[in-house]
Ligand binder design. Structure first.
Ligand SMILES: Nc1ncnc2c1ncn2[C@@H]1O[C@H](COP(=O)(O)OP(=O)(O)O)[C@@H](O)[C@H]1O
Ligand SMILES: [Mg+2]
Length: 359
């Protein structure tokens, strides 16, 4: 029987292209080739290429992007189905995890990895998912949203903004973020004195598109990230042992460098908390998946406050898949290797589409 062809899509239109390349490479390296054929695909601008394996092990996309036109086979999106049976999405951020790519693959009738269009869109909108989570009784930070025109004319709107903040977010310190980016891009810690700068940073993080900005209360306590997976036999969600992220106090939040540069941020798996707190983190993260309609997997970020409350700050439908990513550290705690975890994810997703039989 011909093996299923798993397209591994990396690159993309978002600011997280390099993160995606690291994820895609790891997935390609660990796919069980006795069962599947891995087809590395690189997406750049509007084009998609079959990525030659000798480019896959380059350090950065800039090492080979200029060579793609000459050395790689470009394929039309319409023809993708002739090359792959299933798409593993290893792109991150805007246009990849926000429902747009999912919708595009639905139109192309290509089964794909991860949550569907609506759940992906909800996860990407840091305003809308907070409203839904709060309604379901899951704690989220207090926050306000600020529109690009208010930021463009900050002097005119400053009084209204401060009034809203004093009423809804009565804290001294805020976290300011674009409503739909990832990897900590555009995020700052701010107070009223440097709010304008933080708003502009978040709003203009993507030079092509001004963004709505969220100003949240800065939550104190232990930051955690928890991966939730699906049991292939029962279909139930189960959570891995959460990781604790220890932020550099000089920066005040887990920024891009601490997330991705080796040795910068301290991540401890399992998190240093009681068994009771661990269970509450895991149960809350599973509840988040149900409420937002996520499927297959998730990576949920949140805090345990000094009072012991679990506050969700960032529900994600995907995890980064670079070797140092949370998912591999957490899976190691339950004795699963990177290859086993990637097989597990693929099995779950392929079963969902009936591309392979249920166990
Ligand atoms: N309300 C908050 N309180 C305290 N820290 C926060 C808050 N929101 C975000 N952060 C910090 O900023 C980081 C990135 O924020 P997050 O909302 O997870 O964005 P991203 O989607 O870019 O990962 C978090 O990992 C955390 O360290
Ligand atoms: Mg996050």
């Amino acid at each position: 029987m011909q093996k299923l062809r798993i397209g591994v899509l990396m690159g993309g239109k978002s600011l997280e292209k390099e993160v995606s390349f690291n994820s895609g490479r790891t997935v390609c390296d660990h796919i069980d080739t006795t069962q599947y054929d891995a087809i590395p695909l690189f997406h750049t601008n509007l084009k998609i290429y079959l990525l030659p394996w000798h480019f896959l092990h380059r350090g950065k996309t800039t090492d080979f992007e200029h060579r793609l036109a000459r050395e790689a086979q470009q394929i039309a999106w319409d023809d993708l189905r002739q090359h792959i049976d299933f798409m593993y999405i290893a792109e991150h951020g805007c246009y990849a995890e926000d429902g747009t790519l999912q919708g595009f693959l639905e139109v192309l009738r290509i089964p794909y990895f991860g949550s569907g269009v609506l759940a992906s869109a909800l996860r990407a909108d840091k305003n809308i998912h907070k409203i839904i989570l709060k309604n379901a009784g899951i704690a989220v930070p207090r926050y306000i949203t600020i529109e690009p025109h208010e930021i463009d004319h900050y002097e005119k709107y400053q009084t209204t903004i401060f009034h809203k903040l004093n009423t809804i977010v009565p804290t001294e310190t805020y976290i300011v973020k674009p409503y739909n980016e990832g990897s900590s891009l555009g995020i700052s810690v701010a107070d009223k004195h440097n709010l304008e700068m933080a708003l502009k940073r978040a709003c203009f993080i993507d030079p092509d598109k001004k963004k709505r900005v969220i100003v949240e209360e800065k939550i104190n306590g232990m930051e955690f990230t928890c991966i939730v997976l699906t049991n292939n036999v029962t279909g139930e969600f189960f959570a891995l042992p959460p990781t604790e992220s220890v932020t550099d106090p000089a920066i005040g939040f887990f920024d891009y460098e601490q997330k991705y540069m080796p040795g910068r941020g301290i991540k401890r798996t399992p998190a240093r908390c009681s068994a009771e707190i661990t269970i509450r983190i895991q149960q809350t993260c599973i509840a988040v998946m149900h409420v937002l309609g996520f499927t297959i997997m998730s990576r949920i970020d949140g805090f345990v406050t000094p009072e012991g409350n679990i506050v969700i700050i960032d529900p994600n439908t995907f995890s980064g898949m670079a070797p140092s990513s949370y998912i591999f550290n957490q899976a190691a705690e339950i004795d699963m290797s990177p290859s086993q975890i990637i097989s597990h994810l693929l099995t779950t997703a392929l079963q969902q589409y009936n591309l392979i039989p249920k166990e």
